[in-house]
Design a protein around this ligand. Structure first.
Ligand code: PMP
Length: 409
């Protein structure tokens, strides 16, 4: 028995996909020139799968803040804040996040993944219960796995189903219920009905935790996310998020309206036993937060581009998974067709994400597009023209799929 034998099914699935062209899970860009353009060989690629929602990774102020932090405080923190101390950048960003969102407590983490892992695993103790949306992101699921609390799933985006399950659970002796949802869901780009979830949580005395990884900076009058857009930010107990999307960096954060959250700094293993984010990462996110506050036009531009692309793809006859948002998912009949089209798009200068099971809801195969405020109207026209050409070339694409499937048999 070889230690890697168990990966054979995955290996053969990947081998089939690789036969369709470039490895979709190992793309290497030879250059990234700005928020919307990359280069592979001598081909310029329009980037439409980066989660760079506000396009701030090349913002001069974000880059300057990052460079200044390296010059002042070095390239790495070399340890955790508990063991090795905090840098001024950590504290400054936490204060800025708490002020911007009007929350009592803010804690930054090294990634968004670790944020949910640390917070969920720690907030829910052995006498508590966690209720999560059926389409929860992997890091929410892993946070639940690390928590001693039992986890109960409710139907995706269904406050009614949550209500039923909380009712069935009844009174929790010496414990609490923690309900975890997301704002904008990352695969289909559909939005949670947060006000209705807040109603159910209040009815049952449950705590509401929302991962706004894909919605912070993108929605709400001041960019605080979908809860702010829906007017219920003050009814949410915890908001988590990432620096790796709108905040143009790497890291994560969890905010709470309860000052009691501060005590968890000395209880969250994925906070205490890992190195803190670097000064340059944190400084870039801090500068991006200023842009979120000062430039609502970034959100307006992003929303307009999303409407434009959504309407254009629908007019071409593509099946889209949700209403317009910066995440637009095009549903394809199966993984092989999706992979073949993904390759065709890349060969023709458009990079999107290939999203397939188990990473997708309902075992869907998707061409997932994520838009940026840095995309121009002309960029969207161009993406649409490439999708149109692809649909006109479906015979050629289907022949390629049939060939690969025949060889795989
Ligand atoms: N939450 C959600 C909903 C995500 O989609 C992701 C990553 N895409 C994360 C958390 C993790 O964020 P990070 O990349 O900062 O680890």
């Amino acid at each position: 028995m070889d230690i890697f034998d168990k990966f054979d099914p995955m290996k053969s699935r990947l081998e089939t996909v690789h036969k369709l062209g470039v490895d979709p899970f190992g793309v290497k860009f030879d250059d990234i020139m700005n928020a919307t353009r990359g280069r592979i060989g001598n081909r310029e690629i329009v980037l439409a799968g980066t989660n760079n929602y506000l396009g701030l990774t090349f913002d001069p102020d974000c880059m300057d803040a990052s460079i200044k932090a390296i010059k002042n405080h070095g390239t790495g923190t070399t340890g955790s804040r508990i063991a090795n101390g905090s840098y001024e950048e950590h504290v400054d960003l936490e204060n800025a996040l708490a002020n911007h969102t009007n929350m009592a407590s803010a804690i930054v983490f090294s990634t968004g993944y670790q944020t949910n892992l640390a917070a969920i695993a720690t907030l829910a103790g052995p006498k508590d219960f966690i209720f999560i949306d059926a389409d929860a992101h992997a890091c929410i699921i892993d946070g639940c796995r690390l928590s001693p609390a039992p986890t109960i799933r409710f139907r995706h985006n269904s406050p009614e189903d949550l209500d039923k399950r909380l009712t069935r659970q009844g009174k929790i002796e010496d414990g609490i219920a923690l309900v975890v949802i997301e704002g904008l869901y990352s695969m289909f780009g559909d939005r949670a009905p947060i006000a209705e979830f807040a109603d159910v949580c209040e009815k049952h005395g449950a705590y509401l935790y929302i991962d706004e990884a894909h919605s912070f900076g993108v929605f709400g009058p001041t960019g605080c996310g979908l809860a702010e857009e829906q007017g219920v930010l003050d009814r949410v107990d915890f908001i988590s998020g990432t620096f790796s999307k709108s905040l143009a960096s790497i890291g994560g954060f969890c905010l709470s309206k309860h000052i009691g959250f501060e005590i968890t700094r000395t209880a969250m293993r994925a906070y205490m036993f890992t190195a803190s984010p670097t000064p340059s990462n944190v400084a870039a996110a801090r500068a991006a937060l200023d842009k979120i506050a000062e430039k609502p036009e970034l959100r307006t531009n992003l929303a307009e581009r999303a409407e434009q692309l959504h309407a254009g793809l629908a007019a071409l006859g593509y099946e889209l998974c949700a209403d317009p948002s910066p995440v637009i998912a095009v549903r394809r009949p199966n993984e092989i067709i999706a992979a073949s089209e993904w390759n065709w798009l890349l060969e023709n200068g458009v990079y999107v994400n290939l999203a397939v099971p188990p990473g997708t809801p309902q075992s869907s195969s998707l061409l997932r597009i994520s838009l940026s405020a840095a995309h121009t109207k002309e960029d969207i026209d161009h993406i649409l023209s490439v999708f149109k050409e692809m649909s006109e070339n479906s015979d050629e694409l289907n022949a390629r799929v049939a060939e690969v499937l025949a060889a795989a048999e």
